[in-house]
Design a binder for this molecule. Structure first.
Ligand code: ZN
Length: 280
């Protein structure tokens, strides 16, 4: 970013709902706005003895999207169960793709003020959505309602490389993804209906010396921040157990969601999060 001592590194993880009439592994409707819990069955609620059967249309749409994103299509792919508990996930696991996604190494070109720029795409994979929680925020927060109509809805997850360098580029990337997927009929990308969602991993890298040098100044000396009484300094983020350089939030997210490091868009920004620990 011009005029600031920071370099910004952004990775985006986009979820789009595929334009299918039925869910990813059962025949329940994906129509938006149905009465709560009316579009459910033993398969998408995970009752014992049921087996998922893949929606062919969902796979064809995902394949079309991956090709449009210039992705490499795998010769072999498989499904995994990502186990975690949440009230809107009745099975206690999500069927997703972990180490062998059906597509990887794509790219998308966006327009920037400096001209066209390619943003790499680490992977695109299929997975099922969870349900929806409705929290009572007016009546004292005493009630939470669960609607399982979304459970099992087919999603395409697109994980970018951490090659987005500004909020404007992030906006351009999302607009390009939305335009492309709508144009080829893969998704309606209606954000109000949850058909397009985005998680952003943002790293700010402190560039004090370069910034000072650019302005022809001596590097400014900043006072060291001292911890308050009873506060122990933690280890620098680069020393987070596990040896990888990543943000604490990323590390916790990985553990909670049972994800490998490659799934987290910004986690691959080498040195990105760790350098935050160098702030004075
Ligand atoms: Zn169902």
């Amino acid at each position: 970013m011009v005029g600031t001592p920071y370099r910004i590194v952004i990775g985006l993880e986009v979820h789009v709902q595929l334009l299918t009439r039925t869910k990813l592994f059962c025949g329940c409707s994906t129509q938006f706005g149905l009465p709560p819990n009316s579009a459910t069955c033993p398969v998408c609620t995970g009752l014992p003895g049921t087996l998922p059967v893949l929606n062919r249309r969902a796979f064809e749409l995902a394949l079309r999207a991956a090709l449009a994103l210039n992705g490499e299509i795998a010769r072999f792919t498989k499904w995994d169960r990502k186990n975690y508990y949440y009230p809107d996930l009745p099975k206690n696991y999500q069927i997703s793709q972990y180490d062998l996604p059906f597509s990887k190494d794509g790219w998308l070109e966006i327009d920037t003020t400096a001209g066209p720029k390619r943003i790499g795409i680490i992977r695109a994979h299929l997975e099922e959505d969870a349900g929806k929680m409705l929290h009572d925020e007016k009546g004292g927060g005493r009630d939470s309602l669960v609607d399982l109509n979304r459970t099992g809805t087919p999603l395409l997850e697109i994980v970018s490389r951490p090659e987005i360098s500004s909020p404007d580029e992030a906006k351009a990337y999302l607009e390009e993804v939305r335009l492309l997927l709508r144009e080829i009929g893969v998704s309606d990308c209606e954000m109000q209906e949850g058909s397009l969602r985005c998680d952003a991993n943002i790293n700010l890298q402190w560039q004090r010396r370069r910034h000072a040098h650019c302005r022809g100044q001596k590097p400014q000396q900043y006072p060291r921040r001292r911890p308050g009484p009873g506060v122990r300094s933690g280890p620098p983020l680069s020393k987070v157990p596990g040896g990888r350089q990543e943000t604490r939030r990323g590390a916790q997210g990985d553990a909670r969601l049972g994800r490998g490091p490659r799934h987290d868009a910004g986690a691959t920004a080498q040195g990105g999060g760790s350098r935050l620990s160098l702030l004075p």
